[in-house]
Design a protein around this ligand. Sequence first.
Ligand code: NAP
Length: 262
Amino acid sequence: MTTRPTVLITGASSGIGAVYAERFAQRGHDLVLVARDLARLHTLAARLSGEHGVAIDVLQADLTQLGDLAIVEARLREDASIGILINNAGAAQSGSFIEQSTDSVAHLVALNTTALVRLASAIAPRLATAGNGAIVNIGSVVGLAPELGMSVYGATKAFALFLSQGLSLELGPKGVYVQAVLPAATRTEIWDRAGIDINSLPEIMEVGDLVDAALIGFDRRESVTIPPLQEGERWHALQAARLGLMSQIKQSSVAQRYQSPE
Ligand code: NAP
């Protein structure tokens, strides 16, 4: 692999993915941009290749469709120039669980989790064999907080975080860097697409600030990057508490409080 691997970015037609594309082009990486809106991808690719002199390929894919996914997966498996996957495509959903249709929650899960893990699975063996490369999964702080009232979206983002942490432990020793990025509310089209009025949000981060912070975390090889978290120590305290809990889990003995019905 060259010192500047090609970067494949899903959901590159707008928002966070489009800014990732811009920043990696600025850094001199060739790109593969993936989304459904081919016209937007071509417009972005033409601008970035003109401004930064990098080679940009576009792939039209609806990542909820297994046939489309298979094409992206094959590219990740076979194209040895691709060394970085930005698993960014995703959507949100308005309404409470009982207001959301079964099909719509399944669609969200397919995009935010199935596509994410399939693409990671497609590239990981090749990167592990090469002994380098990176997988970045875009989660959300919503995945830390069921209290925010976005149960299915939050669950998909908890999946992205857990998967990233697990893959970081599995693949890190093989030379593959895995990062979870957890934005909070960020100014992109996701709100409009989900039918949520962006002006109803008390605070919002600008998308360029979010991606620049995520890339500082990337360059530092952080396993979890939470740009809006003000005191980074809080995250480390949460992980220490979780590991403390694990040390209390005994495989063979039921806890004292369940040893009698009283
Ligand atoms: P966005 O501007 O709506 O971008 C979403 C991207 O995903 C678009 O490029 C869209 O492109 C693509 N996409 C949507 N459905 C797709 C499908 N079925 N197949 C392929 N591509 C699809 O929103 P964003 O905020 O940048 O979202 C990017 C990621 O950040 C998501 O994973 C989101 O959950 C996460 N995030 C966002 C926020 C926030 O407040 N903005 C906060 C936390 C996490 P096409 O429509 O062209 O397919």
